[in-house]
Ligand binder design. Sequence first.
Ligand code: BES
Ligand code: ZN
Ligand code: ZN
Length: 486
Amino acid sequence: MKFHLTKQPNKVDLTIAPCFLEEKLSEKLKLYGLSDEAIRLAAADFRAKPNELHLVYSPKFGRLLLLGTGERRELTPTALRNAMQSAIAAAKKFKPHSVQVLLTGLRSLQSSEYVEIIAFACLFANYSFNYYKQDQDKVTLDDLYLVGPPNSKAIQSSMERGGMIAAAANQARDLANHPANVATPSHLAKHALELAKKYRLRIKILNVDDMKKQGMGLLLGVSRGSDEPPKLIVIEYLPAGRQVGQPIVLIGKGLTFDSGGISIKPAERMEEMKYDMCGGATVLGILEAAAQLKLNLPLVGIIPSSENLLSGRATKPGDILSSMSGKNVEIINTDAEGRLILADAITYAKKYYKPRLIMDYATLTGAVIVALGDEFSGTFSNTNKYNQQLSKASQATGEKLWLMPLAQEYKDQLKSGVADLKNVGEKGVGGAITASLFLSYFVEETPWIHFDIAGTAWTMKNKSHMPAGATGWGVYHAIHFFQKLK
Ligand code: BES
Ligand code: ZN
Ligand code: ZN
């Protein structure tokens, strides 16, 4: 999809007109050439409530999709993102090749900030996953026009930024949406290699022998039950002329299928566990966006990737695995595997880089869904230094999160009678917290932010603003978060 910035409306297949509640709809529609009767009916049927959609036919524009954006003073970037995504999703029904968004006269929507999020939302909503459907639609939305904002360099670059970030988020969604028989650890590694080649990033893929040399007993223990070889992907983004120095290290859980292992999960909804690599996909998406935007910040992505299956070789409850850090872990439940593979990745990050900050993305616990549902990621950190920035980036991008306590009070839940640690706490007692605490034993003093994206990484419901499938949660948020880092 190509973006265009124009002063005047264009001849397109469909026009989207955002409308605020306090606007005089009849005057606006008169300008668009609608008859008095058509205006009367539209005014009766459409209130401009947030996300409300109403199609009218205008002599001037043809298909004209009115999009409610609520009260002007209540508009937020999140609300605008959702509204635009709903509008593009609805527009798809008409199979348009070209769409324009009429921002003429809507000064409050013409800022750089809003232009970026509109562009993001349009490209994000234009995504569809159809590799496996023979009767897939061949019609593509090729051109998107933003009509009205000043044709300045700043606006132009905001529009391009929004598009680039959405393209990276869509890549992450695509990677995650593939089924687990396709998206194996080797597939993830191959995708990472392609990414590295495209953007000239340094990359290293550790295989089983390398993991043995490093003593990564946790990652190896999780992968034992599977025939697919595990991979540890290490990929560096360095701004031109910069050394890696003290990078931000992004770690993503790349568990390509989580059956639970010997502590097997119930059959119901187990197919969703192909999404257990969404954290890894997010990290690759963030690196791609950073490379596209030429972000001025060294980043390292580390993705431990494995399946969690059962076989005669699989790790069993009661087994003790020794981690790269030297700590021995008693496995109580083989389904608490994410924290294990992350722990070895964290130790690797600390040994080979001196991270100024570690950020990890993981579909880690069902407990975080109980706590926060499917709209908010649970965020845990061993420092409060970034709290404000985390929230601000969240508000700017519509990727919602909630700060959760890394409650030291529960640390004892992870004490084992026979090893240094056990891999689960008490059942039903702060599961998302104890999972984070487990990670914190390996992170130690390094500044660290953990995102539990189990609720937000994918959705099975088709929402008006978000179709079923992977959501790419974290890509847009991270880019905004980085912008404010010095
Ligand atoms: N991948 C799951 C977490 C998950 C569950 C994500 C449901 C999304 C939806 C993780 O590996 C897991 O199984 N966690 C267990 C931990 C428990 C055994 C302590 C869980 O949350 O039930
Ligand atoms: Zn699990
Ligand atoms: Zn898992």
